[in-house]
Design a protein around this ligand. Structure first.
Ligand code: FES
Length: 347
């Protein structure tokens, strides 16, 4: 692998060829502000927050899209760069309503944090607002088109991470907007909302239930299948009000399917079974675990004695752990004595 030397803020750094300036800075612990950059996506280069000065270049360059070249000398921090970044934020805010008090993203909005960090007190520019459609919404996902800063992260995530391409940019220049160009491909997985740095794409289930700082984020493993996706249950007053993810945990790296991200309301459902039920005369009645398990054992034994073990079969569940499924097949094979065992994931 070809290695390249460069200097960033007077620090000597060596990186493999193909590394961007942003990545090179990261290896040296130098933080460059970003907004459209997302480490799981190809660089987009739409926000210009990551601009840096390169000796010999008259204009600042976007560090997320500029690869390192031999012996370049880079500056990431100066009064000029600060003002350019401030100006970029002001231009982004021209088309972004300042509705933070009613925005679900308040408290964990990257744009809000940057505006605060760069000390922007007001937006000096005014323009005719872009009229954007909102038909990207699904029953689970809400698209606040006017809050969109056209960073294009959602489009990239839908295409590059999920391989769906359900949404894309339509129209040109100032009038461009995000649109569901392949709406039938949308799985409501929420990948778009998980990468959205503002409140332009939010979810419907958790609205007005709790702000980010009001919840405990309990790390756990999704129970819907055997992939073991890592997620965080957002818990408030002992109720799960949302599911979030972090990019650094698990093989899913922050991605979830529609069930993992939105299928949490069953946890607090009043209709959940609390005890085993035994059916008698066509009607269920509540029973203790001991009574239910004794009944099952008696019936299994009766069937096995009368018709042999192959008259029984076991169907296991993808929602159990590997260990539970291993024990289940062991029970069916070694205790019941049949190989009639299967798993719902094969249906
Ligand atoms: S982070 Fe580089 S242009 Fe947006």
């Amino acid at each position: 692998m070809n290695m390249l030397n460069l200097t960033i803020n007077n620090k000597q750094i060596t990186v493999p060829e193909g590394t961007t300036i942003l990545e090179a800075a990261g290896t040296a612990g130098i933080i460059i502000p970003t907004l459209c950059f997302h480490k799981r996506l190809n660089p987009i280069g739409s926000c210009r927050m990551c601009v840096v000065d390169i000796e010999g270049c008259s204009e600042p360059m976007a560090s997320c899209t500029t690869p390192v070249t031999k012996d370049i000398i880079v500056t990431t921090d100066s009064d000029r760069l600060f003002r350019i970044r401030q100006e970029s934020l002001k231009l982004i805010l021209v088309n972004h309503p300042l509705d933070c008090p009613i925005c679900d993203k308040g408290g964990e909005c990257k744009l809000q944090d940057l505006v605060y960090e760069f000390g922007i007190k007001k937006v000096p520019y005014k323009t005719n607002g872009v009229l954007r459609n909102t038909d990207y919404a699904t029953p689970l996902i809400r698209h606040w088109a006017q809050r969109c800063i056209m960073c294009i992260r959602c489009v990239s995530a839908c295409r590059e991470i999920k391989g769906l391409g359900a949404i894309d940019v339509i129209d040109n220049g100032y009038d461009s907007q995000i649109s569901p160009v392949n709406k039938d491909k949308c799985e409501s997985c929420g990948e778009c909302l998980s990468v959205c740095p503002t409140g332009a794409i939010t979810e419907n289930l958790s609205r007005y239930k709790g702000r980010p700082w009001m919840v405990d984020r309990v790390k756990t493993t999704c129970t819907y299948c055997g992939c073991g996706c890592q997620l965080e249950l957002n818990v408030m007053d002992n109720r799960v009000i949302a599911v979030t993810t972090t990019e650094d945990r698990g093989t899913n790296k922050g991605s979830l399917c529609v069930k993992g991200r939105f299928g949490y309301e069953f946890i607090g459902s009043e209709q959940r079974l609390q005890t085993p039920l035994i059916k008698e005369n066509g009607k269920f009645r509540e029973a203790s675990w001991s009574e239910a398990l004794t009944l099952v054992a008696d019936r299994f034994s009766k069937i096995k004695n009368e018709s042999g073990p192959d008259a029984l079969a076991g169907l296991s569940s993808a929602r159990c752990t590997n260990e539970e499924n291993y024990l289940f097949q062991k029970f069916i094979r070694a205790v019941i004595g049949t190989n009639n065992v299967d798993h719902c994931a094969r249906l």
